[in-house]
Design a protein around this ligand. Structure first.
Ligand code: PGA
Length: 244
């Protein structure tokens, strides 16, 4: 894993945006895997700014998001569909038909998981998957204990994840208990992975990722087995981390 050290969140976001812009300019028909959460927001802001100022086009780009809350339709302002449209898709020239998120309201969720996996395959797989990491090591909504073999599936959210995400809701009671997420195996099939990590709250997770065992109890540890991972992390996240 290649580690790029950033000074702070803004610097991390700038480096990540430049990284992705370069990928899109090199391959305008790239398949991107995208993430929600606080971590990629600054990156998305910079992609939008670059689109406005330099005209980097997303007309041929295809995207697959990691996850969605079960029971939330795209119209729900707390859905990940809404998050992605509000914070990126509405503000660049990507055609809606090129945008993919798992449906949290599919009548048959098992079929939806299977179909999502197939749609990624049909697109030729994900070229670059952008990831954040939970403080418990989750990637996507793959909580500790998830099998490394899992493909897209339904998960029960860890209480710590519900608590962390409650900041986006009026009340923690509104945070769903279940989500649909790409599995670890889906993520590991991506040709390249870009992991962003920022802040003191991720420092312990960063230590486990770099120094700990590869184990299902810490999902992000699987990234140690991928041949093309770039981590952009800020100083707070990296403090005291033994970068090997
Ligand atoms: P965050 O979430 O970016 O909001 O910290 C990361 C994650 O839970 O994957």
């Amino acid at each position: 894993m290649r580690i790029i050290q950033a000074n702070d969140y803004e610097h991390m976001s700038e480096l990540a945006a430049n990284y992705l812009i370069d990928k899109v300019q090199t391959n305008p028909a790239i398949v991107l895997g995208l993430a929600t959460g606080g971590t990629p927001l600054g990156t998305y802001k910079r992609l939008i700014k670059d689109y406005e100022q330099n005209g980097t086009s997303y007309k041929k780009v295809t995207t697959y998001n990691l996850d969605e809350y079960v029971g939330f339709s795209p119209e729900n302002p707390n859905s990940y569909h809404a998050f992605m449209y509000d914070n990126l898709f509405e503000k660049i020239d990507i055609p809606p038909t090129n945008i993919h998120l798992p449906s949290g309201t599919a009548l048959d969720l098992v079929e939806e998981c299977k179909g999502y996996e197939e749609r990624i395959e049909e697109a030729g797989g994900i070229d670059v998957q952008l990831l954040g990491m939970g403080s418990n090591g989750h990637i996507g909504f793959n909580e500790p204990g998830t099998s490394f073999q899992a493909t897209t599936h339904i998960v029960e959210l860890a209480q710590s994840t519900r608590e962390a995400n409650a900041r986006f809701f009026d009340d923690i009671k509104e945070v769903p208990y279940q989500a649909i997420t790409m599995g670890i195996a889906t993520i590991m099939k991506s040709k390249e992975i870009l992991l962003l990590v920022s802040g003191e709250s991720k420092n312990d997770a960063m230590k486990k990722l770099m120094e700990g065992e590869v184990d299902e109890s810490f999902p992000a540890s699987v990234l140690n087995k991928h041949s093309h991972v770039t981590i952009i992390a800020d100083k707070e996240a990296l403090s005291g981390v033994n970068v090997r």
